[in-house]
Design a protein around this ligand. Sequence first.
Ligand code: AHR
Length: 489
Amino acid sequence: MNQIKIDPERQIGGISRKIFGGFAEHLGRHIYGGIYEPGSPLADENGFRKDVLAAVRRLKMPVIRYPGGNFVSGYRWRDGVGPKAQRPARVELAWQDIESNHFGTDEFVAWCRALGTEPYLVVNAGDGDMREARDWVEYCNSATDSALANMRRANGFDAPHNVKYWGIGNEVDGEWQIGHKTPDEYARTYKEFAKVMRWVDPSIKLIAAVSSGWGYQPVERTQLLFEAAADFLDYLSLHWYVGNHEDDYEKYMTLSEFFEAQLSAFEGLIAAMRQEMGIERPISIALDEWNVWYRARGNTSDERNNLEERYNLEDALVVAMHFNAFIRHCRSVRMANIAQIVNVIAPIFTNQEGLFLQTIFHPFELYASNCGDIALDVFWKGDTFSGGDYTGIRTLDVSATIDAGGKKLSLFVVNRSLIETLETRISLADATFAGDVAVSVVNGPDIKAENSFEQPEQVTLRESRDRAAGKDYVHAFEPHSVTALVFEI
Ligand code: AHR
């Protein structure tokens, strides 16, 4: 029998709700035809799709990043404010499209407010300059009588938008980016942008674009950023996309080890720089683009369809493993933004008549709904598997949280076995189970099962209740499933 031992007093630390963040970029059918479709019978008076709003609300995203992504490195925010008829359509180089600019800052902030989420804006550090960046902060956040604050008022927003999170550039480490920068160029750019943005609004939190992966000098970039601009660093941004490139399920399931290695390495890097420079305040990781993305990537000549990844059950398990890693690394990962939200590598998929929820929607909702305030350091052992270069990987991937009051314990378990139901003894130290257990399971008929307009519930969430008393509780975890057990203790 597998074993999970939980001591509610072995706490790793507080969890930032911002690990349930999202990302909305202007590309493909994400904004136009996804979030925003004026004239559609499904849209509200602002042109926002009501069915999409309702689905996104279920994900409880506390923060959403916008407008890119690669798109931002050629974006002029002024193009996207003011009367729509006067907004210029521009050739958009990152995704080779025409951008109408009918959806811009004010629409995005209004959409966030309708969701109850914090907007996180990324400024153009590609072909944009620091004046433009600083002006955008002023347009959004100034309560003064300045021309830019009055421009916002004239556009219908009397009160400041109070945008708290600001990123400076996107994936500047890649040649694919408009305005790619060497480590040194970016460190200097970051500092000068950050300085004037903070002078406009000292309360903003700043996010530096550090790494699209180990191939792009993350160590040097981190060091130079600290040396040039430590006072202006709140978060360091990383991005990654993963996939089952070789159609090898076991190898795909060992991605948990990749997540552990990446996050441990980056938290070590940040800790070393803080130590060397005597910085006491925390500087956190923002994994502000992550997801499964490998199929709809250059497979067809139609760029829009290229981006519309269709997910299956194994991808949902990988999304769940991400959240387990974020919970275990709660001290360093203080923001994470799934890329993206609607249609484009997204949990929600629309057409003109409606939407369906992709497989990856369900683990996201499961974690966002059941995650507690504090991460626990869980011990578990039992069955193992081999995949890729790894042997002896525990078949269950586990994390646990507790609420601030110490009475509600959430246990998250991914069973990566293809065929075995894994009976597991869950034991509590220094506490007892006090009755009710809420059981939520994401599963489907097989690991390749997908949802679609025709079959929207192949992979879905099932809920039931159970009872637990004393110090031990035995649960049978279904093959290829994600389970949340929420106990009263
Ligand atoms: O999310 C899609 C793209 O992936 C983003 O525009 C870019 O930042 C990343 O390479």
